[in-house]
Design a protein around this ligand. Sequence first.
Ligand SMILES: NC(=O)c1ccc[n+]([C@@H]2O[C@H](COP(=O)([O-])OP(=O)(O)OC[C@H]3O[C@@H](n4cnc5c(N)ncnc54)[C@H](O)[C@@H]3O)[C@@H](O)[C@H]2O)c1
Length: 430
Amino acid sequence: MTVGLSENIRGARLTGASSKKISVLGLGYVGLPVSAAFASRGFDVVGVDVQPSIVDVINSGRIHIVEPDLDMLVQAAVSGGKLRATLEAEPADAFIIAVPTPFKEDNVPDLSYVQQAAEMIAPLLKQGDLVVLESTSPVGTTEQICAWIGERRPDLVLPEPMKEKADIHVAHCPERVLPGSVLRELVDNDRIIGGISPACAEAAADLYQTFVKGELHLTNARTAELAKLVENAFRDVNIAFANELSMVCERLNINVWELIDLANKHPRVNILKPGPGVGGHCIAVDPWFIVAAAKDLTKVIRAAREVNDSKPRAVVEKIKAAAARLRQPVIACLGLSYKADIDDLRESPALHIVEDLARQKVGELLVVEPNMRNLPRSLSDLPHVKAAELQPALAAADIIVLLVDHRQFKRVDRELLNLKIIVDTRGIWR
Ligand SMILES: NC(=O)c1ccc[n+]([C@@H]2O[C@H](COP(=O)([O-])OP(=O)(O)OC[C@H]3O[C@@H](n4cnc5c(N)ncnc54)[C@H](O)[C@@H]3O)[C@@H](O)[C@H]2O)c1
């Protein structure tokens, strides 16, 4: 399996492979696989991260994140002298920015990491260099990077949409990888490449075509920025429709899963599956970047965010109603991560639901999360919350709440669910 994926990267088009040096800023879920992909194509890659522990782990040939097969690729790149990590940026021919782009409390984008990265590389830039923003970013961020660089480097001729010649190229190439399949998707996915000018887009495409097998679609930077945000907002709106239906069905005493199956028999209807809410650092975050840019025009996108954010509360209310009928109920909560078969808790609705139940002291909670060794700190010190194995939790529980469709839960013997109150937010036991 590992060999196949590495070969997948090695087997991509070779035209741009060279002795060029690439600097990747941010060595997380995106930046580290991207670094390893370029290193496997023969580039000298220097990864930069602000966290010394990450730099140390990578320089020892290991990785700090969970992603299938990435350990082998990084190990080979480091031991082959093609990848090393540092705390400070150094001169290179191309700089790829893959730092976080979270939002602040009021749902406004936080570009401080991108600014820090742009300011770190500004003094190092020389004629012919390429700067690519991979981070998911609000419209105008790539132009803003040019402005931040220009403030520190008035000597450089920076690219502009209609200007033919500039000293450097600047482009946006948003990342679309799916956690768990990153190495395959890095190579196979189509990519959108938006340049500040057409020459910038072409320069970035020259670099990416060295390992991307999917098609490269060239456009301007602003369109590329919005395209990435729109992809995630599209998913969010469609999931919100399914979640809203699930709450309507709850009130009308209709089985939402049967309803959706039947409606989807229509040749042009394809309703997604409802769940306990929407989590992760992309779909639950990126739509707000569109709302922040055009508050008065984004009623649907905002409403979708609000519907999806309200779903965990609806699940908690349903569990509370069931618990209120019992004396000292034991509640098994199955899953904490934001999606199946991973350990990522970022913005996880399952975690929010369990935290809310714990805060409100709704029963004794037995939490089963097969992908984590320990409960997160927000739950671990609470006396009425315990980590549990699946089978004992099922046996002890009065109420079983299915929050994540992990493969272990799909295999549960349905006999064990008899005589229990079931709250199946993913519809896997219907
Ligand atoms: N993870 C995904 O599946 C995914 C998919 C598509 C897009 N994205 C986007 O890619 C970007 C990065 O996401 P991620 O999941 O890799 O984040 P991450 O938190 O895993 O990694 C970001 C890394 O950047 C480092 N960093 C912060 N500031 C820095 C700086 N100034 N210089 C150098 N390093 C710095 C952090 O220490 C961290 O290690 C985000 O915009 C995210 O929305 C992520």
